[in-house]
Design a binder for this molecule. Structure first.
Ligand code: ZN
Length: 267
């Protein structure tokens, strides 16, 4: 229902990454599976998460009947690893420190094929075979044996974008290395500084701790959320984080953030 409310087609979802098996992070899956079943889904759905996720889904099957599509499970090793890869991107699981097994996920885009400059196609009379090589980054050799460097034939490549999702976890400075330089970082910020002790006890983070991690990791932008309902105005958490890392935004359900495609600079 939530996906439909935000204009997202659940049928287009093929991979779901679950952080851990606390209700607020996994209950949505039951509704999603049910909706997909009613929509007549036939293709498999890939589920990534702690090993107990498969057990939980067996339970679902026992009570609500088998699904007409296959669920494929991937459980990251305890120390995290690459868990998904295609020609466009890779996903790495990052172990978090929470009350039960929990993972964050790092999504990294791969390089795209280069765009050939239109005017050069004509200048050098480039054919399809030439274009395939140039798009891969190769130089072009003319019939007279002259080497035309690739940089002269193509537009500068796009920067590879990255997004990391970290929730739930106690403040763990070691995570900075794993999310270094990402374009966009989501980090949980359950508590305010006044409840720092409670954060440590329940293995959650404060807004300022999330901001400290973002600053240490040199990320471009930080999104914080997963706020405790004890705070009447979550703007307080955003304010606390911004004091440490200015590029912070407090988020709520349905907000959309995009990382625009930008070309690299060439000398
Ligand atoms: Zn949790």
């Amino acid at each position: 229902m939530r996906l439909q409310k935000y204009g997202l087609n659940p049928g287009r979802i093929h991979h779901v990454f679950i952080s851990h098996l606390h209700g607020d992070h996994v209950f949505g899956l039951f509704g999603l599976l049910s909706s997909l079943g009613m929509m007549g889904r036939k293709v498999p759905l890939h589920l990534y998460g702690p090993p107990e996720l498969e057990e939980l889904m067996d339970y679902y099957g026992r009570f609500f009947g088998p699904l007409a599509f296959e669920l494929k499970f991937v459980s990251p090793p305890p120390n995290g690893d690459y868990i998904y890869e295609c020609d466009k991107m890779s996903v790495t699981a990052i172990p978090l420190k929470h009350r039960i097994t929990a993972f964050g996920y790092l999504f990294r885009e791969k390089g795209r094929a280069l765009n050939v400059r239109k005017e050069q196609i004509e200048t050098y009379g480039l054919g399809i075979a030439d274009m395939v090589k140039i798009k891969r980054g190769e130089d072009h050799i003319t019939r007279d044996g002259v080497i035309v460097p690739n940089s002269q034939l193509t537009l500068p490549p796009y920067k590879k974008r990255s997004y990391a999702y970290i929730s739930d976890t106690v403040y763990d400075p070691g995570l900075a290395e794993q999310v270094r330089g990402v374009d966009l970082l989501f980090h949980e910020a359950t508590f305010a500084e006044t409840d720092k002790k409670l954060a440590k006890k329940t293995l959650h983070s404060t807004a300022a701790q999330a901001a400290t991690l973002a600053s240490d990791a040199g990320v471009k932008k930080l999104l914080i959320g997963h706020f405790s309902t004890r705070y009447k105005d979550p703007a307080l958490l955003e304010t606390e984080a911004k004091k440490v890392f200015n590029e912070t935004v407090g988020v709520k359900d349905g907000d959309i953030y995009s990382v625009p495609l930008k070309r690299q600079k060439r000398e």
